[in-house]
Design a protein around this ligand. Structure first.
Ligand SMILES: *Cc1c(COP(=O)(O)O)cnc(C)c1O
Length: 446
């Protein structure tokens, strides 16, 4: 089988197959039938893959000799039904705004398993978190620490907190998704003493119960060295603070950021190997510093939902510039997936209605927004395409729909879950008339 032919089989697995009509089928559901029923663009989540990805983390973390907690970073993708799936799998979630907290609550997600992040939580958001009695607030800065101290005192309510530190480690990833370096908007700096001050303040607070420390070095990271370097920095400080003022790190949160494969050219990854290595290295460091084994919290987002998502578009116009480029246009783009424009992210796609056709042409896939930068995929090998063909873009479950916008007044797509031959509409498609929910006509006397 040649390379171009092999490409037809990228992303196929136990749940993703090609059926007798030569259509892409996910969890036993024909994606062309789904596109016909719900319209395009359509985001499809293969829920068995979400469950398998969670299982992989559980298996890897089972090697850690103390307790662990997996807390899904909901910003990668959230919906009521997704929170319910995560609850079925018995894991926790991170929220980063009042909106995510609201949705998790509406889903009936257990409050003690919700943890709240963010570099500028508002007063109202902190009140909402206290009202719902969530598990942890991950405190990011002195402004928040002070506000929380005052609020909990006023309410005479205790809340568990974790101090987010910036370990001063540069992760090997795009600078927009790097977070652990010193010049970062997130967390208390470890090197200049601010982290220590925050820990001291939280420790002596009457209503804040300090559980431990948090670090998150960035996203789409494939190696383990930057995690190990950052953990070393954090543990070294934890030990110093233990000696100087009796700080006890009951929880260590090492963040998320585990990379996934988006295209056949990306390195194949094993989250299991990555997480097992990090866990083993953590144990070595804990032994080295003679620290008790904390509860290990981990916050994967992308690596839980990324490979579970497929987006189906309909192909419309074409433009051939001889000797330069063949453009094909789809009925979505940066309004439902801004990652190529923002991070230069790469994707891979197939014709969902003609999966096995030979890839004989090279095309670039343009979105429909009025931006030259709205290009979803450059230089993709595809069969000769015609208007009406359906394009399946793989591994779009992470930060695509989650970052969708109404730019150009394009309505957001629908999101469908599939599992065991069944489909379920998690989020209905927006319609242009939904825009009227926010609009007012100018009064005659204005
Ligand atoms: C975004 C984020 C995560 C999740 O990152 P992924 O790359 O999706 O795994 C985890 N923790 C924090 C604090 C984050 O900001």
């Amino acid at each position: 089988m040649g390379y171009k032919e092999q490409l037809n089989y990228f992303a196929l697995k136990e749940t993703v197959t090609i059926n007798e009509k030569d259509h892409l089928e996910i969890a036993g559901v024909d994606t062309i039938d789904l596109a016909n029923k719900y319209g395009t663009p359509l985001v499809i989540y293969d829920i068995k893959t979400v469950r398998n990805n969670i299982e992989e983390f559980k298996n890897a973390l089972a090697t850690y000799p103390s307790e662990y907690e997996i807390s899904y970073a909901s910003k990668a993708f959230s919906s009521i039904a997704m929170y319910q799936v995560l609850d079925q799998e018995n894991i926790s979630v991170d929220v980063v705004s009042g909106g995510e907290l609201f949705l998790a609550k509406e889903a009936g997600f257990p409050s003690e398993k919700i943890h709240f992040h963010g570099n500028n939580k508002s007063y109202q958001e902190l009140v909402a978190a206290l009202d719902y009695e969530i598990g942890h607030i991950i405190v990011d800065n002195f402004h928040e620490l002070k506000m929380l101290e005052q609020l909990t005192k006023k309410r005479e309510q205790k809340i568990k907190v974790i101090i987010r530190v910036t370990p001063g480690v540069t992760a090997d990833t795009h600078k927009y998704i790097m977070t652990g370096h010193t010049d970062s908007k997130f967390g208390f700096d470890l090197k200049n003493g601010q982290a220590e001050e925050a820990v001291r303040l939280a420790q002596k607070s009457e209503f804040l119960e300090l559980s431990g420390l948090h670090m998150h070095i960035g996203s789409q990271i494939f190696g383990t060295e930057s995690y190990v370097l950052a953990m070393d920095q954090v543990l070294r400080s934890a030990k110093e603070w233990y000696i100087s003022f009796g700080f006890q790190m009951k929880v260590l949160n090492i963040g998320g950021g585990f990379g996934i494969q988006h295209t056949p050219d990306d390195e194949a990854v094993s989250v299991k190997r990555q997480v097992e290595t990090i866990s083993q290295e953590l144990v070595k460091l804990l032994d080295l510093y003679d620290l008790a084994y904390p509860i290990l919290q981990i916050e994967p987002g992308r690596s839980i939902v990324g490979t579970a998502g497929t987006t189906i578009y309909e192909i419309g116009s074409k433009k051939a510039i001889p000797g330069i480029r063949n453009y094909i246009s789809i009925d979505g783009g940066m309004s439902d997936n801004i990652r190529p424009a923002m991070y230069n992210s790469k994707y891979f796609a197939s014709l969902a209605n003609r999966m096995k056709d030979e890839r004989t042409t090279k095309v670039s896939v343009a979105g429909k927004a009025c931006e030259s930068g709205d290009m979803l995929i450059m230089d993709l090998d595809l069969p000769e395409v015609k208007a009406g063909d359906k394009l399946a873009v793989f591994h779009t479950g992470d930060y695509a729909f989650a970052m969708a916008s109404n730019y150009n007044r394009i309505p957001r797509p629908a999101v469908v879950f599939v599992e065991n031959g069944r489909e379920f509409l998690s989020i209905r498609r927006e319609e242009v008339k939904d825009f009227m929910r926010f609009e007012n006509h100018l009064p005659v006397d204005f």
